[in-house]
Ligand binder design. Sequence first.
Ligand SMILES: [Zn+2]
Length: 316
Amino acid sequence: MSAKSSFVVALDVGGTSMKGGLVSESGAVLLSERRPTPREESPEAVVAAISGFIAHLAGSGEGVPAGVGLAVPGLVSDNSAVYAANLGWRDVPATDFTTLDIPVMLGHDVRTGGLAESILGAGRGVSDFLFLPIGTGIAGASIVHGEPYGGSAGWAGEIGHTPVFPDGEECACGQFGCLETYASAASVGRRYSERAGVEGAKAEQVVSSDDPIAIEVWDEAVEALSLALATYTLLLDPSLIVLGGGLAEAGPALFDPVRTRLVKRLAFRDAPPLVPAALGVDAGMLGAALLGWRAAGRPELGPEWTVDVRSAPMVS
Ligand SMILES: [Zn+2]
């Protein structure tokens, strides 16, 4: 690197592990490492682990990082981690995640992934789209005028908990008939296991099976998704829907039937194209890098970057 401070620290904090790296002005990933998230210990231990990881990464670069970008789960608003059910913290301001005197920008994990897909991935050049990763759970990022929309308090994008079958099954959230209960990768596996009386079925087995019970469970997942996507389309008029996460690895087995039913549900308007996400499991860290450069006062960086597009492994 020619000049000092020509890189940022980027960190994507998940429930089980954290992926961190150093990303240059030109978008080169100079370093990438993974550490476990110590959520079994305490919220304070998680914050300390993040701070330690940032210090370690910062010390691995030449010179001082220009900024830090962090993607975290839960509720994020006004550059604070307001709440995370799986990590236990409440109201942690961005600056509490590091002891270094460097500007920090905090983002919601899915919205940060959506920002990366918007600037570097499947949504490049598209100003209004939905980014919907489907994995253990379902949450989306609404990209409106090129930016992820957080809503009034940071709750925007919780499409997984919109009701699709009002008299349906109880969701872990306490409501009934939520999209996530039918269509997340975890739910597809669980619902098949329960009905077929087998243990530990995975979504990928259900998707490709000729078993009538598997066909029924998959059909209900597709129905739930097409209902939610029709509602989203009518409400926000996206020009694209980007599906990601483990379930999107099902490829045409997912995209074809959902597309067909979405078209049927939209009588008076065209359905937006459905496309797979481009950045896979790297979306969160790349989005965090964009946030880090924004923290450093360089919001213009990103569109010129070229990114290696790797496919995400199936995670359910
Ligand atoms: Zn729910």
